[in-house]
Design a protein around this ligand. Structure first.
Ligand code: G3I
Length: 305
């Protein structure tokens, strides 16, 4: 097949992109996004600060624009994200204890209910583990409400939308030798053993010189899949250019294709100029919308599956 989405679909997978609501009027952007991708994640518009700017007052205007663009164009939606220490609205940032726990659970319930039936998979909890070698939870106002905040969020999400796959999503969890990766694996094993409703793990896969593509990335994916969850590559971007970058994209795509329960790949933006890594060129299209070598290696890998 000749597009990323159609090529991924040949093996029952999807190929997605993050979409920024402010660019839906840019026809060069939407032309590529519509042609190449069949799964959409809102880059910022479904986060806590966007959807509940004042406590108990929900604003779905920008999130709905992206959800509607996806559905109008026949694309599925990944929801991002219901509970996170970052991008909290101001009112939430200074909350703690039971009040924060209840506010978080209400947020999960309300937003998952609003998008019920429209979301293929939710990143229910994002980035809850610490960086470095401790394997510990990240300190945050949510963590300080009690170690069970993650499972409480998953149970609330399941109650609100029983049809969405519920994912835990994190970064620097690609190398099986990293403590953070092992901590996520342990949490998933524990959740499955205790019946906490978790269906998938999102590996963000933001790769750069400090977090290179690990040669054994596939081991992380297969280990998680072996615990009985789907795995999705949720925010892929890779620092670099030319054939070196193309080879790294091929490695990542092949790692997913090698594991039956790796169900899809999302890149974190359309063109290099759309990336959050403004000074870098980590995506599949250049700023003029031209296909890069990394696009070709990705497409070819998908078609070889
Ligand atoms: O919309 C406001 C605008 O009104 C204001 O004038 C401007 C001034 O700073 O800020 C704008 O908001 C920015 C927003 O992106 C929209 O462009 C925020 O400052 C900026 O912090 C925000 O960055 C986003 C970042 O998450 C925030 O944590 C990036 O776009 C987004 O790509 C990035 O995505 C995250 C994933 O959600 C989770 N994993 C890591 C990934 C990369 O950091």
């Amino acid at each position: 097949a000749t597009t990323l989405g159609a090529s991924a679909a040949q093996s029952g997978r999807y190929f997605g992109t993050a979409i920024s609501g402010g660019k839906l009027n840019d026809s060069a952007y939407t032309t590529i996004a519509n042609r190449e991708f069949n799964m959409i994640t809102a880059e910022n518009e479904m986060k806590l600060d966007a959807t509940e700017p004042n406590q108990g007052q929900f604003n779905y205007t920008n999130g709905d624009r992206i959800a509607n663009w996806a559905s109008t164009n026949g694309k599925r939606l990944r929801g991002h994200t219901l509970a996170w220490h970052s991008q909290q609205p101001g009112w939430m940032q200074n909350m703690s204890g039971t009040a924060l726990r209840n506010a978080m659970l209400n947020h999960v319930t309300q937003v998952a209910t609003h998008y019920r039936g429209k979301v293929y998979a939710w990143d229910v909890v994002n980035e809850a583990f610490a960086d470095g070698g401790s394997g510990a939870r990240r300190d945050s106002n949510l963590q300080r409400t009690g170690n069970d905040w993650i499972e409480a969020a998953f149970r609330a999400a399941r109650a609100a939308d029983s049809g969405a796959k519920l994912c835990y999503n994190d970064y620097n969890t690609d190398d099986p030798g990293h403590a953070k990766t092992q901590a996520v694996i342990s949490m998933v094993r524990d959740f499955k053993a205790r019946g906490v409703p978790i269906d998938c793990v999102g590996l963000q896969a933001h790769f750069n010189s400090g977090n290179p593509v690990p040669s054994n990335f596939q081991t992380t994916i297969s280990t998680l899949a072996g615990l009985g969850v789907d795995v999705q590559i949720t925010e892929l971007d890779i620092q670099g250019s030319g054939s070196d970058q193309a080879n790294k994209y091929r490695t990542v795509v092949n790692a997913c294709l090698a594991v039956a329960r790796c169900t899809g790949i999302t890149v974190w933006g359309v063109r290099d100029s759309d990336s959050w890594r403004a000074s870098d060129t980590p995506l599949l299209f250049d700023g003029n919308g031209n296909k890069k070598a990394a696009y070709t290696s990705t497409l070819d890998a998908l078609n070889a599956a």
